[in-house]
Design a protein around this ligand. Sequence first.
Ligand code: SF4
Length: 440
Amino acid sequence: MEKRFYLETFGCQMNVVDSERIVSMLGEIGYHQVDAADQADLVLLNTCSVRDKAERKVYGHLGRFKPLKDVRPELIIGVGGCVAEQEGRKMLDEVPYLDLVFGTHNVHRLPELVQQAEEGKRRISLTGFLDRETRLNLFPQRSDLDTVTRFVTVMQGCDNFCTYCIVPHVRGREVSRPSREIIAEVEALVAQGVREVTLLGQNVNSYGNKGKGEVSFAQLVRKVAAVDGLSRLRFTTSHPKDLSDELIACFGDIENLCHQLHLPVQAGSNRILQQMNRGYTREDYLQTVEKLKKVCPDIRLSTDIIVGFPGETEEEFQLTLDLVAEVGYADAFTFLYSKRTGTAAADLEDKTGSRIKQQRFERLLELQQNNSQQIWQSDLGATLQLLVEGESKQGEGQVFGRTDWNRIVNFSGSTELIGQLVEVKITKVFRNSNLGELVN
Ligand code: SF4
């Protein structure tokens, strides 16, 4: 009998890649993915613990599945990802109808756990970090997705311990994959029709192997870009302190490296940056941006910013606003600081009221929305190159692609264009996407 699973994914690209792997692995043991939990024999949540009250939200989501379990006790319910890593067995105690908990280093063992659950062994928890060698053998490999753009994981984990961040505690220390494996994976993806690759890592530009003959991240970027048939290359996420001159130079002379970079600044004040343990100053960051714009004048940057870090003063917040205005980000992901238990910043004194923090957040949002609008509006009437990715959600006869700057453009066109680079004239600019007309 056909077995069905339902999967919900929260959080970052790392989780998206883990979920692709889950889909592949469950396929190998006879499970098909469905769109609704009430049609499934197995329900999984792949969780993220970066945001405020993440654990409580996961427990809330799990509550939706209880009525299903009441009716069908054989239903298997599992939780993976960062919240599972953090909470471990405690989740089983809190949720009596939960069957499986698997942490970030144990995703590969999910099929085994599911099979045990099918045989009646329930209430299983598998968390804890693996050693470096084992992890190197377990990097997510290419899945069988039929898409023209793909993520390729080059490193995992993080050694930085920014004081507000839970990631090093739930994903473990940095480990980088041998470059020959990465190149081989990209070559195989291109051979199966992939045209754009994004090199993925928690802190991608600190990529580095001590192995003989290994390369720097900039050298890796050059090698991947040179794979025959690869139309576009991106990488994420970059840490400003690790963005070397060698890597910046890549934006000036690698033709298929997209002119777009996500460079999280987090704050504009040196005191706050130091309290966050970010490892750079405002001046360092601005100098890096200047170098990028010099080698690649049309580069578009995006960033992450935390508002209301403990002790942030009005003057310090103003420095963030000034920096945002000076850099001119195309996009920014802005967050209100939220305390993560187990991180160093959780112990810092914080006297600023939530109303003031909320007002600051709104001021930053308004500034950034104006910046973004100006930048994206400047594309109106321009003819831009798109990589066509698939059918558009806008309706029949419409397809969509992305510009070099990672902006979605919908236009009328045939699905035969999928995977091709085309020229499209921008006719309308919306908040999150554009509309265009095929030119060639
Ligand atoms: S660099 Fe800092 S913010 Fe990014 S994952 Fe590592 S600790 Fe977290």
